[in-house]
Design a protein around this ligand. Sequence first.
Ligand code: TYD
Length: 133
Amino acid sequence: MRNEFGSVELLQTFEDLSGNLTVFEPDIGFEIKRIYFLHGLSSDAVRGEHAHRELTQVMLAVAGSFTVEMVRGGVEKTVTLSSPREACLIPPLTWRRIANFTSDAVCLVLASDVYRESDYIRDRDEFDSISRL
Ligand code: TYD
């Protein structure tokens, strides 16, 4: 994957008349230590609204669609994930806000480490001051 925040990679897909098979065999520079997914989301749901100190994530819309608004190093980027053939890189120190979920959306996240609350930056002011360092 391109090592740039919010970059979206098109995944290799094997198409068949009976359906498609999409492969994520990542060259992402980290070992996947955790997989989680958001599902059953309401259309007005807003998730994320935090950054991680060290965690790197790759995000996919394996079903439905949603938007990912990101801020990193003072740069803003918004990506709409609407195809299971796309994977979006979210490096550390990226503020993310995930919204506009369709009712069938499933947001799959591949993460470089196990869950640690201490890795979260949940306060936007703290994130902004760390970003300015
Ligand atoms: P959070 O990461 O804040 O969710 P989102 O960014 O989607 O809004 O996590 C929601 C809750 O789930 C919070 O109480 C922490 C818990 N959680 C775990 O225990 N393990 C995990 O791997 C994750 C991602 C969350």
